[in-house]
Design a protein around this ligand. Structure first.
Ligand SMILES: NC(=O)C1=CN([C@@H]2O[C@H](COP(=O)(O)OP(=O)(O)OC[C@H]3O[C@@H](n4cnc5c(N)ncnc54)[C@H](O)[C@@H]3O)[C@@H](O)[C@H]2O)C=CC1
Ligand SMILES: O=C(CO)COP(=O)(O)O
Length: 332
């Protein structure tokens, strides 16, 4: 399916990569930037040199900073950092046509409310149908047309299928899923585990440590998710273990790269400044820590991540204290 009018809201790395793909799939794409400097730099350079250098933004893509651009679209894609989702959704709310699919690319949880991105969107934009598009998909690789598979999750199955039709192409395979809560929790929480994986790499621990973190990490995520009502199988799919694998192992991952710097001894601020792009796991670790307490779910890795990031626990001590926890049965 092509020839649709689509607004991509957010012109960072992922917004740009998705806008380019949707345009080359034959759609009429408008790309919205938060700041005029970002819009004009993209216009001048034909690329976003700051967030996705080397990827040509086609001249067919309309560039704007006017949020009312969403008003006549068949589909809206939201690609701002999670901390900007509420303000951006609020700003566009009056312009969204009733029943418009809103594809959410942002991966995170709201700090104070502990809400998912689709819950925020539903609160702020009464008329939209939220779809979470999530899975192992680094912008740098999608922009190079590297074969990628991902999940479109929506409570309305026809809308998930519509999104699948629009995004699918020979290098981008989309599966549908009705478990939007599980897909969003998987996407937000794997970032915290990826930070931890980076930390163990930065300390100089090995592949054994990382494999253990990934395996026990997805277990923690699934334990919380199922208690909140998500399907366990979602966490063993693309938006769960799939995204966890890519984020814990890829040098494209900003979360992993920030973790490596922290494991090497840098402060959180130094790590965030050096990575420069959005490192969602930092914010999600706080929300995940609060959620685990609220839901009374044991999440030892998430707790240690929080203590390292916000309570100055030395990274090596965090790993050792995880190793020295009480003896357990694996299945529990
Ligand atoms: N980059 C990737 O490969 C992927 C990113 N994502 C998710 O997509 C979301 C966006 O990430 P990226 O595009 O990578 O970001 P980025 O780090 O490449 O760029 C940040 C973007 O956010 C904008 N921004 C900053 N503050 C803002 C505000 N208050 N309001 C609106 N916009 C603001 C900046 O102008 C810039 O366009 C994140 O939640 C991320 O987890 C998901 C999958 C892949
Ligand atoms: O979610 C992502 C890939 O699927 C992006 O991960 P990072 O934010 O760690 O780069």
């Amino acid at each position: 399916m092509n020839g649709k009018k689509i607004a991509v809201i957010g012109s960072g790395g992922w917004g740009c990569a998705v806008a380019v793909m949707l345009c080359s799939n034959g759609n009429d794409v408008t790309l919205w930037s938060w700041k005029e400097e970002e819009r004009s730099a993209i216009e001048k350079n034909g690329e976003n040199k700051e967030f996705l250098p080397g990827v040509k933004i086609s001249g067919k893509i309309h560039l704007t900073c006017d949020i009312s651009c969403v008003c006549d679209k068949d589909l809206i894609v939201l690609a701002v950092p999670s901390r900007a989702v509420r303000s951006t959704a609020k700003a566009m709310a009056d312009y969204v046509k009733k029943g418009t699919p809103l594809v959410i690319l942002s991966k995170g949880l709201e700090d104070k409310t502990l809400k998912t991105m689709s819950e925020i969107a539903e609160e702020e934009i009464k008329n939209c149908i939220p779809v979470a598009l999530s899975g192992p998909s680094h912008a740098e690789e999608v922009a190079r047309k590297v074969p990628t598979a991902i999940v479109a999750a929506c409570k309305v199955s026809d809308t998930a299928k519509f999104v699948q039709e629009i995004f699918m192409c020979e290098y981008f395979r989309v599966y549908t899923n009705d478990d939007i809560l599980g897909v969003e929790l998987g996407g937000a929480l794997k970032n915290v585990i990826a930070l931890c994986a980076g930390i163990t790499d930065g300390i100089g621990f090995g592949d054994n440590t990382k494999a253990a973190l990934m395996t026990r990490g997805i277990k923690e995520i699934a334990r919380l998710g199922t208690k909140m009502g998500a399907n366990e199988s979602t966490f063993y799919g693309l938006a769960g273990i799939g995204d966890l694998i890519v984020t814990c192992t890829s040098m494209h991952s900003r979360n992993r790269r920030a973790g490596i710097l922290i494991g090497e001894g840098k402060t959180l601020k130094q790590a965030l400044d050096e990575v420069h792009m959005v490192v969602e796991g930092v914010y999600s670790s706080h929300a995940a820590y609060e959620l685990s307490k609220k839901m009374n779910v044991e999440m030892p890795i998430i707790h240690k991540a929080y203590e390292v990031l916000f309570e100055n626990l030395p990274p090596k001590d965090a790993v050792i204290s995880l190793m020295k926890r009480d003896k357990k049965d694996e299945i529990v």
